[in-house]
Ligand binder design. Sequence first.
Ligand SMILES: [Zn+2]
Length: 359
Amino acid sequence: MSVRIRAGVFRSIGPSLLLALALIAALPAATPAGFVTGVVADLVPVRVDHHVHLNSPAIRAFLPDFCASVKRYGGCDPHLVAPHSPADLLAAMDRAGIRRSVVLSDAYLAESPLMNPQRPDAAKIVREANDWTVGLARQYPERFSAFIAVDPIRPTALPEISRWRGNSAVAGVKLHLTASGVDLRKDSDVTALAAVFRAASEARFAIVIHMRTMKPDYGAADVQRFISDVLPAAGNTPVQIAHAGGWGGIDKATLSALGAFADAVKADPERFQHVWFDLSGVWNDKSSDADKQALVALIRRIGPQHFLPGSDWPYNGDDLADYYGRVYPELPLTTQEWSIIRSNVAPYAESDWRNPARN
Ligand SMILES: [Zn+2]
C-alpha cells in the first residue's frame, strides 16, 4: 500500500491506479459529461468555499525535507508542492463566482510524526505558517476567512491557540488527525484533543477537523468515541468535519464514519446544531454509483442543511468552476437538496464572524 501525502487528505492508492492516473493526466481534457446546458443553468451558485489550502512560505521551504521523509509512504501529492499564490486562488474563485473561501493553515505539517527526524525549528514553522495565513485574512478581509492550525497532541497546541485569542482575523482552528498521528482509541490522545476543543471554544474559534486517522479499520467506533469524549468540549462552538468524516474519496471507512454520525444525529439532533460536514474531495470521476448512492443516503439521514460546499483546492484540480460546475453535480442529490448545500454558508465563513457587534 502506498499513501500519497497531501495537506488536505491522505489517500491510499495502489501502484496500478497511480499509473492510470498519470496516463489520464497526460490526455487532453475531454468535454465534461455533466456540462449539459440545462444542468448548469439549474445549479445554485456556490458563493463560499469552506475548505481550501494555501501553503505559507514557511511550509513551502519545509516541504522538500517533509516530502523526502514521507517517501516511505508513497511521497507527496504533486499538488502539495505546486507553488500556488493567493492571486492564483483569487483568480480560481473569480472564475467560479466564489466570493469567499475558508483558508486552512497547513502549519500542522511541521510537527507531523511523518517528518522523521523532526526539525528542531518545527514550532517556529508552525507559528510562521499561522502568521502568514492570518495575514491573508487581514489583507483580503472580504475574500478569506483564516484558520490557524495546530497539532493537537503536541505541547505547542494550547499555547498557539492562546497566542491568537482575541484576534479578530482568526475564524478558527484546523486540526488534521492523519497528519498529526492522532489515535482516537488512545486515551491520552482523546484527552489532548478534547483540551484543544475546549481551548478553541473558550477563544470563540470555530473548529475544522480532518478526523480520519491512520487506523486501517477507521470508522464508526472512532466517531462514537469522538462524539462522546471530544465533541462536548466544543460547547456551542461550530465544528466542521472535513471530507464528510473521511480523507477524500468514498470507501467503507468513510461511509462507516459518516453512518455513525447519522445515527447520532437521528438520536439527538439538538446536539448537532453546530456541527457541519464539508463535501471537499469526497467523490470524483472514479467513484462508483453504489458509493455515491450510499453517500447520498447518509446526507439525507443527517439532513442537507448540515453539509457545506468545499473543494480542498488545489487538490482536486485548480479549476473551481469545473469542480463545482461538473464534479459536484455528479453526486445524485435532487435539485432542491443541492440548492440547500450549494447556498449553505457557515457562520464563521462570514466576514463579520469575529466582529464584536455581531457576537
Ligand atoms: Zn483539505
